[in-house]
Ligand binder design. Sequence first.
Ligand SMILES: *Cc1c(COP(=O)(O)O)cnc(C)c1O
Length: 393
Amino acid sequence: MRADPLHYLSDELESLKQQGLYRQLRVLDGEQLPHATFDRRSVVNLSSNNYLGLTTHPRLRQAALEATERYGVGSGAVRTIAGTMELHMELERRLATFKNVEAVVVFQSGFTANAGTVSALLNKEDVIISDALNHASIIDGCRLSRAAIKVFAHKDVDAARKILQDLPAAQRKLLITDGVFSMEGDLGPLPALCDLAEEFGAIMMVDDAHASGVFGRQGRGTIDHFGCHGRVDVQVGTLSKAMGVLGGYVAGSRSFIDFLYHRARPFLFSTSHPPGVAAACLAALDVLESEPRWMEQLWENTRFFKAGLADLGFNTGRSESPITPVIVGEAERAMEMSDRLFQRGVFAQGIGFPTVARAEARLRTIVTATHSREDLQFALDTLGQVGRELGVV
Ligand SMILES: *Cc1c(COP(=O)(O)O)cnc(C)c1O
């Protein structure tokens, strides 16, 4: 018998275990709810991106069921061959109106939207100027493009300016930031970055995955929140977080979106959404427009929970969104805290290197519109207890 050529992977996994970074998948039994059952334990769920509770909203369920009845479970092909359904086109038109742009293209996920767009837009002659904490899918898109990547310190507009100043005027460049940073919960400095992009003739790109349904009028995102309409050339959003379903999209000018139809590889070479997914996304837009109470409740819960964490004395960084990190230091401590919380009925995922810096391992908490006050108070009380036991507060 030949030796297992994948043997080296066991060593890698062993090293993850030694660093306290090895993770078992938590398995959800039933629906993705603010109080849910994972690994047979009933917990207050502070780990989903289901900001508005739309994963189980009756209008979305109904839309998915009806579309599945009428059109079947799959689209049968990639968009550019036989897999474009009227539902896909309708979703793109609706999103374009929602985002106040000429056109939108929908991808299978936010990840493929970013990776496919950046790699299509640039090539090895070009330069990307990217925030140090931008999402992994942006980083992969940058690498796939083979452009030079210049990273500026998180939110440091002056540092970005210095990079831009040193580049030739004729150089094609892309300035790129997250709208809401997924591990910190803070916002990209959009107005100042738009100023820079205009001054230096850079393409301006914002990934608004955590902002759609959370910031701006009716959840239009950080571009709307900051009043930057018309100043961001490439906007990326996701349908997988607050929208409660699955997918990503890119918003911009008509010719830019036409270009992506021809050059974005995940669009060209990977099958389009099942009709039930597209229909549920359309219903999610209906809900955003007609049921403002979910966003209001999300922000009310966010204020309550953040105030509670501050009273307990936790280091919560500089969050400005419903994502609130509880920063505890080394990864082992974060994982220990997460485990103890889980045993006592609170699910807050521990996050360590390489997702965040080594000394800034944390629990990431996300409140949603559908958490009850009792759930949030119970989570705060339990966080306080475990935090004191481990000397975090
Ligand atoms: C979650 C996330 C994505 C990926 O979105 P999916 O639809 O889950 O693939 C992209 N960018 C950022 C900033 C994200 O937080």
